[in-house]
Design a protein around this ligand. Structure first.
Ligand SMILES: Nc1ncnc2c1ncn2[C@@H]1O[C@H](COP(=O)(O)OP(=O)(O)O)[C@@H](O)[C@H]1O
Ligand SMILES: [Mg+2]
Length: 332
């Protein structure tokens, strides 16, 4: 991380083991997020001009441009840090920089269980889903722990299987012995060289994958993902941004529309392609937990995520689609 063109005070925050996000609000304030939740820190990075130059310098370090003509940038920095920056006039009160730190430490299913992310019964169901080659979506808000859970699930795949991981940044960490990676690339400052997730999902099909793992399904690549999952590659998985299992169908429809698919087509394809969705959320105590497991069904032409297991504080409770999930697991 020493290679980062940033002041020492900022580097120290980014290196702190309990920090997941560092948020710079112009010259006014610096906030960090981590195990203890969002808190303001007494770090000053200079005036507005200094914060702006910092953002420009870091963007340039990642081969990206940040200026009046392109006032927003999303860049991958050395040391597994993702930076988003937006400068005035789009950010009228001063440049806003958001850093996300990716800890390159694999948490196993046992680790997550120990952290209280789910109990033994939850771990058993998750394990059965992977062993049963059920195509999975892991949903939740940003920072809910989706990528971490996805990594733990990937690690459970048989060593005899070949896994192709597709990501925008190298976030999934797994000790799986046969995991190969493809990483998307933004266009350079001249606008050339773009390699999208859509391209990569398509490429991955020619690489003899047993399972395809997409770090995050967040755009038109959903079309290729649904096609891939409907043509074999059982046991594939992706994360998706949604506030509950119930919201996943609408999110899929929205992403599908970016690829020119109508809601009905997405519904039919997703119902056939996707086995289950696991939803994560942070509680009031900041702890990340699996809250719900649902299965996708097509009901009168509409895609519905029906609850199979609800994880309350007192333990898992069967939902209306529990038997449907059991049947799926038994079939595999
Ligand atoms: N179950 C968990 N228990 C404790 N810490 C976790 C858990 N899941 C994730 N984390 C930590 O929270 C941060 C965000 O997790 P991440 O998986 O990247 O979230 P998301 O993909 O939903 O944005 C990471 O630093 C990660 O190490
Ligand atoms: Mg993630």
């Amino acid at each position: 991380m020493s290679a980062l063109a940033a002041p020492a005070a900022l580097t120290a925050l980014l290196e702190a083991s309990d920090v997941t996000d560092v948020l710079v609000n112009g010259a006014q304030a610096v906030w960090v997020d981590g195990v203890k939740g969002l808190r303001r820190v007494a770090v000053h990075l200079g005036d507005e001009g200094a914060v702006r130059s910092l953002a420009v310098r870091l963007a340039a370090q990642a081969g990206r441009r940040l200026d009046d003509a392109s006032p927003m940038v999303d860049a991958h920095l050395p040391g597994g840090i993702r930076m988003h920056a937006v400068v005035p006039p789009v950010a009228p009160a001063g440049p806003l920089i958001s850093f996300r730190v990716f800890r390159r430490q694999a948490l196993t299913l046992e680790d997550l269980q120990r952290h209280g992310t789910f109990d033994a019964a939850g771990a058993k169901v998750l394990r059965a889903l992977v062993e049963g080659h059920v195509n999975l979506m892991v949903s939740g808000a940003t920072g809910a722990g989706k990528t971490t859970l996805l990594s733990a699930l990937v690690s459970l795949a048989s060593p005899a299987e070949r896994i192709v991981v597709i990501e925008e940044a190298e976030e999934i960490v797994t000790p799986h012995p046969h995991c190969v990676r493809l990483q998307a690339r933004g266009a350079n400052a001249e606008g050339a060289g773009l390699v999208s997730l859509t391209d990569l999902v398509r490429e991955s099909l020619r690489m003899r994958p047993d399972r395809i793992v997409l770090g995050e399904c967040r755009g038109p690549e959903v079309r290729e993902v649904l096609t891939a999952l409907n043509t074999g590659h059982e046991g594939s998985a992706a994360t998706i941004h949604a506030n509950s299992c119930r919201d996943v169908p609408a999110r899929l429809a929205a992403l599908g529309s970016l690829a020119g698919l109508d809601t009905r087509t997405v519904a039919v394809q997703a119902a056939a392609a996707l086995g289950a969705v696991v939803h994560l959320a942070r509680g009031n105590d900041g702890r990340r937990r699996v809250r719900e497991l649902a299965v996708f069904e097509l009901i009168e032409g509409e895609l519905v995520a029906r609850p199979a297991v609800l994880f309350s504080d007192s333990g898992p409770v069967e939902g209306p689609a529990w038997s449907s999930l059991e049947r799926r697991l038994a079939r595999s």
